[in-house]
Write a new protein. Structure first.
Length: 296
């Protein structure tokens, strides 16, 4: 019997080594990450908002669920998602957890920012809720689970405004309230090194492309004591870079500049992900049966 992805994630967390997982934005980027050997993938709010074309602050729960269903149907590694403030208060968070479970998601993170999600989050202005209120949200999320292996990650955005010590205090409150892991955003390398030693649970480090936090290598993150390291904007950023370069070149030169053979290789790989060989086998078998009937 196939293991639930929540159980697979718990087993990964029980191992000594750090869990390296890239950010993806759709089913094909998730499949490419799995094909590269990553043990799990992450769907960030920024990546999802950009993929859908209207930005993270305008996302609703159904936007997230729709994309999650496509992704989890396409891969055999755990998916962790950014659930932001949980799409509401405690009543809404209860539904958020249940629906993410039904969509095949293995983990989500919940953050202590206000709802609705503010657009100013993108420029570093991030109003936060009271930590006691966040604790109530975490308690509800933890008890809402039908699958107790579902991993709830608490996130605090408080270190930038209120300082490192306050961020540690808040995240430990959230862990005490029932979160399984912690997402902290240290301001510099010294804080990045100290955080896992002061946080009372597994820590996730966020290597955000273009962000204000320090970037760590995998080796540094493991030595500091982080359980996870993620690159939330990786796939959407790489896609944007490659497409801009390719489209600009085509417009300027009247032809493409990528290796035709390499292009064919990736198309064939993606066709494999999409089930083209199996679909072709079914159609060819049907054609053969029909031809045999006509020749009787």
């Amino acid at each position: 019997m196939k293991k639930r992805m929540t159980t697979v994630l718990r087993e990964l967390m029980a191992q000594d080594k750090i869990i390296v997982h890239p950010g993806i934005h759709d089913a094909i980027s998730a499949q490419l990450a799995e094909n590269a050997g990553f043990p799990m993938v992450a769907l960030g709010g920024t990546a999802l908002g950009l993929q859908l074309g209207f930005g993270e602050p305008r996302l609703c729960l159904e936007d997230l669920l729709t994309v999650c269903r496509y992704i989890t149907a396409a891969i055999d590694v755990p998916l962790k998602v950014d659930a932001g403030p949980g799409f509401g208060d405690t009543v809404q968070i209860q539904r958020t957890i249940l629906e993410l479970e039904r969509a095949g998601v293995a983990s989500c993170h919940l953050e202590d920012c206000v709802f609705p999600h503010r657009a100013t989050h993108c420029i570093g202005v991030d109003p936060l809720i009271d930590p006691d209120e966040m604790c109530e949200k975490i308690k509800v999320a933890a008890t809402a689970r039908n699958d107790k292996d579902f991993v709830i990650v608490a996130r605090t955005n408080s270190m930038k405004e209120f300082g490192f010590e306050e961020g540690v205090r808040r995240i430990n409150m959230y862990l005490d309230a029932g979160a399984d892991a912690a997402y902290v955003f240290p301001n510099n390398m010294e804080e990045a090194e100290r955080a896992p030693k002061l946080v009372n649970g597994p820590c996730c480090f966020n290597n955000s492309e273009g962000g204000t936090m320090p970037n760590l290598t995998v080796e540094q993150a493991q030595n500091f004591g982080y359980k996870f390291i993620t690159y939330p904007g990786m796939s959407i950023t790489l896609m944007g870079i490659a497409l801009k370069k390719g489209f600009d070149y085509l417009m300027a030169n009247g032809q493409t500049d990528f290796d035709v053979n390499a292009g064919g290789d990736i198309i064939n790989l993606m066709r494999k992900f999409g089930g083209t060989p199996e679909m072709c086998d079914l159609e060819l078998a049907k054609d053969a049966r029909e031809a045999a009937r006509k020749n009787k």
